[in-house]
Write a protein that binds this ligand. Structure first.
Ligand code: ZN
Length: 131
């Protein structure tokens, strides 16, 4: 913060898709939210909707980039290997399934999990396994 924003003269040397970090004045992509050099979050662009403000409100609907049908099919077919756990980002659980694969216990658990995935609502799935 000891280096003030340089204003017009600095902006003139930038291409239109670049901006200066407001903390350390490194040149950043215009869409950058965090400065890779100093790690300071950049203030929102004028005219852009502030995502920070949007995120403060309660989430109306849970969202997941993962698909419960895909997770269910993985669990039913490859669940003994923990594939659905890896798919859901639960790497540690996936490794446990993999290690105990030979006991067939993971396969039994995954079979139940697969049925649950396929029968639960999209919203319940998204709440349980958010992004
Ligand atoms: Zn910076």
């Amino acid at each position: 913060m000891d280096e003030p924003y340089r204003g017009e003269s600095a902006v003139a040397t930038l291409s239109p898709n670049k901006k200066h970090c407001y903390a350390c004045a490194s040149i950043l992509d215009i869409r950058a939210e965090l400065c890779p050099r100093c790690g300071v979050r950049q203030p929102p662009m004028p005219g852009m909707v502030s995502t920070a403000l949007v995120q403060q409100g309660p989430q109306p609907l849970a969202h997941s980039s993962r698909n419960k049908t895909t997770a269910g099919i993985f669990a039913l077919l490859l669940g003994g290997l923990g594939i659905h756990k890896f798919y859901l980002g639960q790497t540690a659980a996936g490794i446990v399934y993999l290690v105990f694969f030979w006991t067939f216990i993971p396969a039994l658990i995954s079979f139940v999990e697969g049925i649950l995935f396929l029968t639960m609502t999209d919203e319940a799935f998204a709440q349980k396994y958010p992004d």
